[in-house]
Design a protein around this ligand. Sequence first.
Ligand code: ADP
Length: 469
Amino acid sequence: MKVLFASSEIFPYAKSGGLADVADALPRALSSYTELYSVIPLYGFMSKKGLQLSQSFEVSLGEEKYKINLYTKFQNTLNLFFLEAPLLSETKTLYCDKDGDYADNDLRFAIFCKGVVALAERLHVEVLHLNDWHTSLCALFAKEQKLVLKTVLTIHNLAYQGLFERETLKKIGIDEKYFTMDGLEFYGKVNFLKAGIAYSDAVTTVSPSYAKEILTSEFGCGLEGFLTHHKAKLSGILNGINEVVFDPRSDKALFASYENIERKYQNKVALHKTSKLKDPRRPLFVMITRLVEQKGIDLVLESMETLLQNKLNLFIIGEGEARFAEQLQTLSLKHENFEFFNGYDEVLSHQLYAAADFLLMPSRFEPCGLNQMIAMRYGTIPIVHATGGLKDSVHEDKSKCGQGILFKKQSKQALLLAIKRALTFKKEKKQFESMVSFNMQCDFSFEQSALAYLKIYESLVSVHAALLL
Ligand code: ADP
């Protein structure tokens, strides 16, 4: 079977969050079973070094035509396409700059989708796998062009839907007939993700719990009714991580690679030498995050004065909303046991996973979350709010792989209580170390999830083949 996997980001070429990690790891796992191609935009900040120009063609959106250049990089089983197009490839970042989202994101990603569908047709793929709102319009374009392929949409985060004014329709050449409740209309606006849900043959999200949660008004972001209507084609498949990129035994970013807790400790000592934090014998808590409400950073800020009274060290690395960064900055000047790094830094994030004892993840909601799995692989115990993929991957039940500390209510009291439990647990040296070692042996790879995706592809393609008989 031939599959084209389309994403707006793929690690290490372009990354703003977990989507990039998944768009790297899942195709890698799938490529053992099926002929797989991936496609991402060639953004303005990316180098063309090592890429080959393979084909050029034009796509039309309404009255306008846009030239597409497709570059390739085929390495082992990974077949990557980089799509260069006007507007899409002219930006220095993926989606936004300091003034907010790019005003022409509607057109940028509509052009990308047109190019992706043209590529899918040229490659004669049987399945086109879409991810989030940036690639959702492909489902509509494929349907409009009556292509004989099946589309699967994976929702990585329902909170981001690609909402635009009604005028967008004309700009991107989509017929008004699709601007309906059954189509991409959403409270008078154009909703790209809704188009993906409406016109894809299957819709998945990144954990079984989140697949249930998004059918409720608490987590559905206004689409709960629409998703319930399409429930028959919706399922949840838990993400995994790339166990080669995230491997403490070979990770080049670390001060000391390790496979046991003794050598892990060297990373903690080294981090304390390079940061202002003192006394590596203290429990070290870290948070590696986007600075947005979803991740519960507001809750951490509220808890901080009490939290830092404890004999512990806290290191937060984060990029995002300025209001959170400013408060964290102020607190780090005030407290010697708290360090804040404002920004995105891949190397530092790996060093923190390795150095820490505990990872904080008090997310309000979490479709899947990768940090907790990376943390467990690095022998760092996650403290998580029991929601979405966090409750599917972190367990207190000792018989299950992936152990950590969970709290049910997303409140300051519950978070502080969970931290207290962690501090007590850290003192129970034997149990603590046995949990660390146990987690480091667990399988967080994409292997099982890849098989579940494969099953969906196969069922769609075989139903289609049966209908043709
Ligand atoms: P998101 O909702 O941000 O996609 P995930 O948990 O799915 O959350 O994935 C987050 C990914 O981004 C992880 O690989 C994590 O290590 C990384 N990450 C998040 N923030 C930062 C940061 N400030 N610096 C470096 N890496 C980060």
